[in-house]
Design a protein around this ligand. Structure first.
Ligand SMILES: [Zn+2]
Ligand SMILES: [Zn+2]
Length: 199
């Protein structure tokens, strides 16, 4: 499902059969009601074929696989053996989190402070040429914030932009229900810069 070496999620495409997309190509992420453990997420993603498709992602694949916690195997060129890559990456991720680094972060506007976050809290995404608009539901205060970040900020764990764009607006709970509402809000909004330094 998630390939840790290419940082891509695998989905099926009606015209190509199979496709691999980065997290920044996701457009919508929503937890399916019911199956609480393990949680399953419905995602809509922008495919290389030009269309958007729907797919399902497990909570593990969404939040933990990019950190190597559900990774497959890799070919060790020193020993010519296939070895599990997961333990080494997981140790590295755990060490960095322990040292106060976070794999993903965003700026919570209602709280006026940066917050650590996991991809399952990214509810809506829109990609420009090199920037990504991101609606995040804060895991602390449950409110929505709209950030403008780099692709790497989304796709590369532990790559956090020093500064992100923030829409200075407190959104109602149902304000960004649909992709259409989100996109029109995003393209009409003005962004203010905020430092994204997690203490
Ligand atoms: Zn496709
Ligand atoms: Zn918050």
């Amino acid at each position: 499902m998630y390939d840790v070496l290419t940082s891509r999620y695998g989905f099926s495409c009606p015209s190509h059969g199979e496709t691999h997309v980065a997290l920044s190509s996701f457009r919508l992420i929503e937890q399916l009601p019911g199956a609480a453990h393990p949680a399953v997420y419905h995602v809509r993603f922008a495919c290389a074929c030009g269309d958007e498709h729907d797919g399902l992602v497990s909570h593990d694949d969404l939040d933990w696989a990019p950190l190597g916690l559900a990774a497959g195997e890799f070919l060790n060129l020193m020993t010519s053996r296939i070895e599990p890559v997961s333990l080494e990456l997981a140790d590295l991720a755990a060490a960095r989190i322990g040292a106060g680094e976070w794999p993903w972060s965003f700026f919570c506007y209602p709280e006026e402070q940066p917050r650590a976050v996991f991809p399952s809290s990214f509810s809506l995404l829109a990609a420009g040429d090199d920037q990504v608009g991101l609606a995040v539901r804060c895991p602390h205060c449950s409110r929505l914030s709209l950030n403008l970040v780099s692709r790497e900020h989304v796709d590369v764990p532990f790559h956090n932009d020093r500064e992100v764009g923030v829409v200075e607006h407190v959104f109602h709970d149902d304000a960004l229900e649909t992709l259409e509402a989100f996109r029109s809000e995003l393209w009409s909004a003005s962004f203010d810069a905020r430092r994204l330094t997690l203490e």
